[in-house]
Design a protein around this ligand. Sequence first.
Ligand code: NAD
Length: 499
Amino acid sequence: MDQSSTRLLPPETPRDFGFFLDGAYVPAGDREVFLRNSPGHGTPVTRIPKCTTEDLDATVAAARAAFEDRRWSGLSGADRAAVLLKTADILEARTDEIAYWETLENGKPISQSRGEVGGCVSIFRYAAGVARTLHGDSFNNLGDKMFGLVTREPIGVVGLITPWNFPFLILCERVPFILASGCTMVTKPSEVTSATTLILGEILKEAGLPDGCYNVVTGSGSTIGQALTEHMDVDMLSFTGSTAVGRSCLQAAGSNFKKLGLELGGKNPQIVFADSDLEDAADGVAFGIGFNTGQCCVSGARLIVEASIADTFSEMVAAKLKNARVGDPLDEATQIGAITTDAQNDTILGYIAKGREEGAKVVTGGAALDIGQGQYIAPTVFSNVTPDMAIARDEIFGPVLTVMPFETLDEAITIANDTIYGLAASVWTKNIDKALTVTRRVRAGRFWVNTTLSGGPELPIGGFKQSGWGREAGVYGVEEYTQIKSVHIELGKRDPWVE
Ligand code: NAD
């Protein structure tokens, strides 16, 4: 069904999901369940099992068995690529359905959800290529008697923990690379957005992924997430979420010294010079904070703008945000949807109140929006912001932009780097010297010049400073899920140690 031509409604009754173990769904049975309400409609949409630690152990055991008998890692890159390509085709065919459940649980606009599924299709296709090109190295410079090889091997069983802001996109920025490397996995989605992670299970199975290679355990972070992080039979954990929980993962992963990949928070600068194309820059800055209701780790939440244009430019951004269509996520016309969780809604409104109390001035927005159902917040711009204010320092994870002016390029760089985070940054200027100087000196893992929040699977993702460890996506990302082995091969007769 082409849902883009039909008016979509939430389901009349919530859909029941089982968790995914060894190639099959396991219904909740007598386990407790999470009942998820659509943040855009306030009505129940899904029911997901609260798995027990025995369930977790079963999923890890399935992933371990699948890894050890080499049913996946023993295949050629070409055979693994074929499964990833087939997955992409099925995802493409089921785009509308996946987007629908994503929007219902997350609150993001349906058109955006469809776009994200399209992005996931592209990532699976890219990762298929990586599966075939992943390789080690050789050393032919060790003298005639020694030949060296560096082989690349999958790390083993990977635990994957994902957040609620891009449940399917973040999953698909990792799963195809984990599988391309030959690893098997157990993933734990956020308890409020598990549906699409579970749907991927049946899609991978249909595409030919052997049972046990992809398992999904559902439950809360403090119970199942923590237990997965501590698990003695998991070789690597890829965690995407808040810096606070990332820090607790550091401790928990010490259980068996599992390798850690951490993709954490950000408070990302948008540096705008007076010589930029101001119309483009205003649109980009508005997009950078409005997209996904600002619930993006890479949202451009700090506008650092040349003082000579600060007031005019802030008004331009405010005008753009006022024109953005906030509303029912299932409406095709909506550009900004609902705030995903009640707790996040309270957090954002709390920061807006704090910004006012601390003396910042609201240029636009600054309040909840009553759309009749669900929870919505007007995109908000604050001026008169000083570096010590909470709204300037903390990751708000909502549609709240702070404006800070600068006089010189050095000052812009200093303000941009004045944060514990280093996830992403954008710079807007038509001057190549300024663009490259800022790009080289601002400490962030992902940079945009005269654009923002764009890219594809070729370029890796990850943070500097307290925004994380390691990289996901691209060739660099797949290598994270491998370990290397040095092989020394002696040629010819050995020089004896004992005569
Ligand atoms: P969160 O840290 O609360 O939760 C993330 C995941 O961790 C969820 O699945 C949760 O159930 C689980 N979890 C919670 N407590 C845990 C524990 N003690 N042990 C193990 N797992 C636990 O984050 P969130 O609120 O879902 O997402 C928002 C945060 O994620 C923001 O800080 C955002 O910047 C960050 N994020 C980062 C990236 C990135 O790529 N850097 C991408 C998206 C989101």
